[in-house]
Design a binder for this molecule. Sequence first.
Ligand code: GLN
Length: 508
Amino acid sequence: MEINNLTISKIREGFLRKDFSAVEITEEYLKQIDKKDKSISAYLTITKDLAISQAKEIDKSISDNKKFSDLAGVPCSIKDNILIKEIKCTAGSKILENYIAPYDATVIKKLKEDGAVILGKTNLDEFGMGASTENSAFKITHNPDDLTRVPGGTSGGSAAAVAASECCYALGSDTGGSIRQPASFCGVVGLKPTYGAVSRYGLMAFASSLDQIGSLTKTVEDARIVFNAISGKDEMDSTSVELNPKSQIPNPKSRHRRGLSMPTKSSILDKVGTKSEQIPNSKFQIKNLRIGIPKEYFVKGIDQEVEKIIKQTIKKIEEQGAKIEEISLPHTEYALACYYIIAPSEASANLARYDGIKYGLSKNKEENLLNVYLKSRGEGFGAEVKRRIILGAYSLSAGYYDAYYLKAQEVRNLIKEDFKKAFSRVDLILTPVSPTTAFKIGEKTKDPLSMYLSDIYTVAISLAGLPAISLPCGRVKGLSVGLQIIGNYFEENKILDIASFIEKLVIQ
Ligand code: GLN
């Protein structure tokens, strides 16, 4: 069976035509993992038993002629910082090497309700800190397009798994670019939703005001299907909001799209058609759509070839009738510095819970409590995580709080204002995702600053909490280039509509 070009809807069609069963398709993906993952190393854990039992359940429902949802029976993978009940969840860290998740993250609960088949957990930079998936305590993931190169990070395992067809789609998390940049490097579609559009309950916290779960998929249509499945208000995450299906402005009055009760077998199948889906806008018009190109994103440092491809794509969109205008986001140059104060500050607080007592690795044979902490954290955390904790603790410390953390929050507001002003003039903003294509393994590991620069085009969007997608739009020497489409708050639908239009335009 040829699985390399399968998408969520093609698998669904296959089920309806009885071309294959859910168990058969699951076995095909498991075979592909067997064949390819030795060289790619996208996965940390394979959940074969779980996958097969989920697939069997869907096959039974299909043979009973019950309705089934878009994701039913479709094999996926999950970044290893998202909890799946009774499955190991490491966050790519030695400190959680043997940690078994006690409950399902809300996104997993939703996927299970939809009948998803979960093939395994994917590799990541430890606790989501990095830009290449080289900071995992366990293995380095390789870019399927060129095994000597990184897949990007930190959802590098998820992006590589989708690119190599070791799953049909994957979940990742994005704090400063970790879905978009690996999607760009691996040539897949990566959607980072608006902060609050998807529940973070059960996502291991890195920087809580920035973390967001999203998808890595082969197509824009698949991104929409996964977004529909995982988004919505969750009472377990007070920052999550309900989405209004038409305007996608959060609707405070509407009830939760789905209850939080555990799914029953029939609920997997019966609720199709009842949920408030984000549907493609059939009236979508490229003509007169106002698109902003921020001049600050096309400056020194961007690879010439990457810039050329992005500009060619913008040209093609203009030729279709869109109104392209140059805009300015004047505080862009401070975004990286601002991010590297705020994210480590929040990380230093969030990671305090790993004390060798409550969770994971415990060096509890020490003569006193302090040494239990020091030994457990000293041996459990990798270098980048320690660097962030030190940086964050310093920025938050009494004498420096005003100068660093508070200042960074002020800058964050200025960055938000930049976008607010821009969106009063334009509907969408286009930029590159990354200044370069996938770099060589080892190229930036000795120089943290050059690694941080990898996210120069993605962090501002995270600081503002806006939604954005990374869409493959061309290649340089065989390596993928991603176009970033940024929308206003909760305008995922608008982003997906234009992304789907551009997707067709660049394939032609
Ligand atoms: N590269 C950024 C960092 O290291 C972003 C990571 C992420 O989005 N999780 O913090």
